[in-house]
Ligand binder design. Structure first.
Ligand SMILES: [Zn+2]
Length: 329
């Protein structure tokens, strides 16, 4: 099996590969390990291997089925409880009736149950029936931080796949592959801090990247407003439309904080939210008339609130462009 996307865990990867070559993959796995140990990565690889239509070693990563699994859109791979909420007995029953509907595209249908350790006993019992009596084409992957909190009856019907922390060298190697543009020291520090739980280091570096980009964009916003560069501001708003809503919300919140800082500066107070790199644009913004700053702050506050009501990013960016240069400010 091609499992190199999962860092470390050499023994487990060898065991799964041998199994796939021999009697074939099992119909149920209990994938366990602490948060950040790679449970989702392994689940994704197993799902892809089960529905892969490529030749040779699986998952090939290149066939349409693999590509759909890797981008999370394969209709025969069903995620249950991915939103982090506890899986209810209703959801377990729903999966049970859905399992009897034949696969849409492939030969198999794979169900991934997240946070299996938090399922109620009733939900686990509903799941147990599915594991025992489910159709032959159905496969089940249960993800749990602590396999001990999953009912013994369920555990006994699943193959165990226990993930272990990776070494600092393995973590660093993987981080270099995913974040080649970041400085080596930054990756090294994140690899050391994560204690072998690679997912934590990835989340940390992604968070830092987002934070840095937010600061760059927020500075750009204040700069364009201060310079009254209407054309460039419109172009900047168009670029923002491609952002994910969550990131856009973070940007609006950071802008709210910066505008508060600019108003504080006008009153001779010290800024609290701006990073040292943002101080020059903040001083530029503080030179704007107070009414304009207040109107801007109100506009950003309103857009931040609208963002909570499923307004799409295109509408938010359009409203931002119209709000700033629509004659109200
Ligand atoms: Zn494939």
């Amino acid at each position: 099996m091609r499992l190199d996307a999962l860092a470390g865990n050499a023994a487990l990867k060898q065991q799964l590969s041998a199994q796939e070559k021999g009697r074939g993959l099992s119909h149920a796995y209990l994938i366990s390990g602490p948060a950040g140990s790679g449970k989702r990565t392994l689940a994704r690889l197993l799902c892809a291997a089960m529905v892969c239509t490529g030749e040779g070693e699986r998952p090939c990563g290149a066939c349409p089925a693999c590509k759909k699994v890797l981008s999370g859109i394969h209709p025969d791979v069903i995620q249950v409880g991915e939103d982090g909420k506890d899986i209810s007995v209703g959801q377990a029953r729903e999966a049970r009736s859905d399992a009897y509907i034949r696969p849409n595209e492939g030969a198999r249908k794979v169900y991934v149950f997240h946070n299996a350790q938090d399922m109620t006993a009733a939900a686990q019992n509903a799941l147990l029936k599915l594991l025992e009596e489910g159709p032959a084409y159905a496969a089940f992957l249960l993800l749990a931080e602590n396999p001990g909190s999953v009912l013994t009856t369920i555990r006994s019907r699943c193959e165990g796949a226990a993930l272990t922390p990776v070494t600092a060298a393995e973590a660093e190697y993987e981080l270099a592959r995913r974040f080649p543009h970041l400085p080596r020291e930054q990756r090294h520090a994140a690899a050391k801090r994560c204690g072998g739980l690679l997912g934590r280091a990835v989340a940390e570096l992604e968070g830092q990247e987002t934070g840095e980009q937010l600061q760059v964009e927020a500075s750009q916003f204040l700069d364009l407003i201060t310079q009254k560069n209407e054309l460039e501001f419109a172009a900047w708003c168009v670029c923002l439309e491609k952002w994910e809503r969550g990131d856009l919300v973070l940007l609006l919140e950071h802008l709210q904080a910066l505008l508060r800082d600019a108003l504080a500066l006008q009153r001779g107070l010290s800024p609290t939210a701006a990073s040292p790199g943002e101080l020059p644009v903040l001083q530029g913004a503080a030179a704007l008339p107070p009414q304009k700053l207040l109107a801007l702050a109100e506009l950003i506050r309103k857009l931040r609130n609208d963002a909570a009501f499923h307004v799409n990013t295109g509408q938010l960016c359009g409203a931002l462009a119209a709000g700033v240069y629509g004659g109200n400010l």
